[in-house]
Design a protein around this ligand. Structure first.
Ligand code: DX5
Ligand code: ZN
Length: 217
C-alpha cells in the first residue's frame, strides 16, 4: 500500500526566540505535521523542551503535533504529553521498561503511538511492536542534535520495516528523521518512508515553501 507523503518539519531548527512565528510559518509553507523533539539530557546528551512547550504550541496551530520523545522511561510522561496536546507520540523502545504498556498508555488517551529506532539500535528485536503502533520512526542520524549528516545504512531498516508492514498488511506509517535534504529524500521514499522529518533543510532554506514541495514530490 502506498501511503500519502507527509512533511514534518522539526522546530528544533526554528527560532527559539520567536517560536510562535516558527510554528505559524509551517502552515503557510504547507507542512503537514509539527515535529517536536523532546530531549531529556539522559537518553540523549542534549536537553530541549517538555510539556509546557507542547501546550503552548498547541494553542497557535491546527497542524497535528508529532512529538518525538528522546527520554528515558517515557512511560512516566506519555499521558502528560497527550494532555498537553500531542497528537502522535513516538518513543525509543529500549528506553522503556515495557514498550507495549507505553503504547497502551498513549492509545488510551486517544493518540497515535509510535516507536523510534535509533541509528545504533537494531530493528529486528522491535518488529513485533509494529502490530500495535501507528508509526515507526527510523532515525537516519544518532538522536540528539539537529543538523547532522544522513546515515545511508538507515535505509536498510526502512526497507525491513516496509517489508514487515506489507507482509502483515498493517496500516503503519514509516517516518524518517535526521539529515534529510532535497537530495536524499528520494532514497528514503523509494525505501518506503512516507513521513519525512526535516529540520535544517526547511528552516535554513532560502525558499522553505518550495523546499517542502520538493521534499513531497
Ligand atoms: C535529532 C532529531 C531530529 C532533528 C532533525 O535527534 O530527532 O528531528 O531535529 O534535524 P535535521 O533535519 O536538521 O537533521
Ligand atoms: Zn526527531
Amino acid at each position: 500500500m502506498n501511503k500519502k507523503i507527509l512533511i514534518a518539519p522539526s522546530i528544533l531548527a526554528g527560532d527559539f526566540v520567536n517560536m510562535e512565528r516558527s510554528v505559524r510559518l509551517l502552515s503557510e509553507w504547507g507542512a503537514d505535521l509539527v515535529h517536536c523533539d523532546v530531549m531529556d539530557g539522559v537518553y540523549v546528551p542534549n536537553i530541549t523542551f517538555g510539556m509546557p512547550m507542547i501546550r503552548a504550541i498547541k494553542k497557535i496551530t491546527t497542524l497535528p503535533l508529532d512529538v518525538h520523545l528522546m527520554i528515558t522511561k517515557p512511560e512516566r510522561y506519555v499521558e502528560e504529553f497527550a494532555d498537553a496536546g500531542a497528537d502522535i507520540i513516538t518513543f525509543h523502545p529500549e528506553a522503556s521498561k515495557n514498550p507495549i504498556e507505553t503504547i497502551s498508555l498513549i492509545k488510551a488517551k486517544g493518540k497515535k503511538a509510535g516507536i523510534v529506532i535509533n541509528a545504533k539500535v537494531p530493528i529486528e528485536p522491535y518488529l513485533y511492536l509494529l502490530d500495535y503502533i501507528d508509526m515507526i520512526l527510523i532515525m537516519s542520524v544518532n538522536a540528539g542534535y539537529g543538523g547532522q549528516k544522513f546515515i545511508p545504512d538507515s535505509l536498510d531498516k526502512v526497507k525491513i520495516a516496509k517489508k514487515y508492514i506489507d507482509e502483515n498488511k498493517l496500516n503503519v506509517d514509516i517516518q524518517i528523521d535526521g539529515g534529510i535534504t532535497e537530495d536524499n529524500v528520494a532514497l528514503a521514499k523509494e525505501s518506503g518512508a512516507n513521513v519525512i522529518v526535516a529540520g535544517s533543510a526547511v528552516y535554513k532554506a532560502n525558499n522553505p515553501k518550495k523546499t517542502i514541495e520538493n521534499l513531497r514530490k
